[in-house]
Design a protein around this ligand. Sequence first.
Ligand code: C2E
Ligand code: MG
Ligand code: MG
Ligand code: MG
Length: 284
Amino acid sequence: NQACLEEQRIVSYRQGADEKYQRELTIIRDLPIGLAQNQLYLVFQPKVDLRLNQCTGAEALIRWQHPTLGFIPPDEFIQLAENSGNIDIVSQWVLQQAIKQLVAWQQRGMLLKLAINLSAHDLVDTRLPNQIASLLKDNNLPSGALCIEVTEGAVMKDAQTVVSVLQRFRDMGVSVAIDDFGTGHSSLAYLKILPVNEVKIDRSFIKDMLTNSQDVMIVNTSIQLIHGLGFTVVAEGVEEPEGVEILRNLNCDIIQGYVFSKPLKAAEFDLWFEAFNHKNPSGA
Ligand code: C2E
Ligand code: MG
Ligand code: MG
Ligand code: MG
């Protein structure tokens, strides 16, 4: 009987593994088709400047509504795209869409900075800065309208090349943000050598601030450190108004989180932006 149970466990484990493997293969196979057929789209999450009480930027986040698998979270398919050597087509698509959105915003008189997420593989391509420079120029966009978000992990893959690529961005006037700060390895050593403008404190430290004084301590110290190095501080994943007040008292510069808005489709974002910035006139 024991042996029988064991046998069943192995069979169901194998079935689970097979299903997972099949799903991954489908995702990898269908990604280029999905991009070509507009199954993927960007959503935009506001970044609110606490000093101005204004939305001054947004982060572009990718979404995929697959015809048979349904919604596939980016955490799942981005990693598969990275592992299968397909991340470059995703990043190129995101970049093109982001530029289109910036042009649309500029035409509506909406001045805001749009951040896109790039992967390690993108950042070792030394042609990328020039490509982005031409894209901005051809579309009459100021380079300050774009921000590149990268994780510490992405930098560690080939620090020398990544640092030189990021340096080019900063020289061009494109912003660079360190994403998920505090979750990677040797954060402090890398912060010292990275040419960045902005550091985003990971949600894992933000989410329990209301109940855990150690997290408040970590966030407080991180803010001091990031400011001391001359960078702008963004808190990621703030969900409660109380969190906003704590962060305001800790001198955090910018907040991104459900407390202000979830990521929105372009048309909804425009309405949200109009309403929010109208309600909180600049300089108030
Ligand atoms: P990320 O760049 O750190 O993005 C922030 C994530 O936190 C987003 O998840 C966002 O929806 C979520 N978030 C924001 N505010 C809150 C909040 O208040 N509460 C909670 N619970 N979550 C919040 P999302 O959109 O699922 O993206 C997950 C990750 O996938 C991103 O983390 C990024 O690493 C990656 N990703 C998304 N879009 C792209 C893309 O276009 N290119 C690349 N390379 N990666 C992307
Ligand atoms: Mg990000
Ligand atoms: Mg993040
Ligand atoms: Mg993340």
